[in-house]
Design a binder for this molecule. Sequence first.
Ligand code: NAD
Ligand code: GDU
Length: 322
Amino acid sequence: MAILVTGGAGYIGAHVVRALERAGLESVVVDDLSSGHREFVRPEVPFIDLNVLHAKQLVDQLAEHDIEAVIHLAAFKYAGVSVERPAHTWRQNAGGTLSLLRAMERLDIGAIVFSSTAAVYGTPDVETVTEDTATNPESPYGESKLVGEWMIRDQAHATGLRHTSLRYFNVVGSGEPDLYDSSPHNLFPLVIRALTQGHRPRIFGDDYPTPDGTCVRDYVHVADLAEAHVTAVRRLLAGNELERVYNLGNGEGVSVRQIMQSVSDATGIAFEPEVMGRRPGDPARIVASGALAARDLDWKLTHTLDDMVASAWASRPVEPAD
Ligand SMILES: NC(=O)c1ccc[n+]([C@@H]2O[C@H](COP(=O)([O-])OP(=O)(O)OC[C@H]3O[C@@H](n4cnc5c(N)ncnc54)[C@H](O)[C@@H]3O)[C@@H](O)[C@H]2O)c1
Ligand SMILES: O=c1ccn([C@@H]2O[C@H](COP(=O)(O)OP(=O)(O)O[C@H]3O[C@H](CO)[C@H](O)[C@H](O)[C@H]3O)[C@@H](O)[C@H]2O)c(=O)[nH]1
């Protein structure tokens, strides 16, 4: 019996595969390598190089494995870019989830853990987001993830599929020396890339209504996040009742400027970030309560912000200076 991990060659998915392995659970990875890295998946893990949109090939290839549950991470994850590329985002995220659900039904796979996102909330008007906070996505990315949650809910009503959706907040750090976030759009990889290439990291806006004027986010360590997936899939397979959605945040807001300071402290590199204009679509502040996940998924942050920064820096990819 194995767990199918879609997007298992990506930053978070590769951590999930390693966490499953440590828990004694086997994985099968499906990934089209559109943003993932083949070398993130160890050779002994069965790897299917395929876009989940190809439902027939998905069914044919998965039929060769004994899959008991799915962790579905494969997606186009760039909220800002999704505004410029809505059709692509909808196809990969909503289309991909639909195709996967059809394949699961054909193969009689009865459990799914879905990667959702803080972006389903848009710009919340509450200090701390809970699962009851109204959803109001502000990008095709956030919309496509919310629709993914709904597709799974509806399929569950019809077929008895066991499911939960995990709404991640800002996932950072590294739990393994060879795994890193290669996103060309997110704060941590951009700051690290700037420093390794001898540039000044950039702050997108310092005129927000926050204590130091820069955006506030809720950062969680990828290794802690990966563990929550293992617990979720195990509990679904054991027949435990889980909520439809969980926020994976830690309730603590950290500003972009605080991240810059923490990076400077961890690396020993003194720098003055360059302040740019605001990036369109960025909420000033979004912070979540992880209380529900703590209750049901043993969710806990075992890593500090300093761990997050230091581990991201230590596992940074080697890049040529330009
Ligand atoms: N990184 C974050 O802070 C964050 C926050 C909230 C939600 N998420 C969600 O977590 C998941 C994983 O994110 P990540 O940070 O690891 O991103 P990532 O880009 O590193 O990983 C995504 C993986 O999925 C693969 N993929 C994409 N579309 C595919 C498709 N149609 N078929 C097959 N494979 C496909 C990519 O090649 C890649 O390996 C995504 O669903 C993302 O939306 C991430
Ligand atoms: O060089 C940079 C990059 C980012 N930022 C700022 O840093 C904060 C965090 O930005 P990220 O792009 O790292 O993450 P987001 O908060 O935009 O999160 C979005 O992207 C994540 C992963 O792609 C998740 O999907 C999440 O749900 C979605 O809202 C934002 O205020 C952003 O403006 C900078 O100041 N400088």
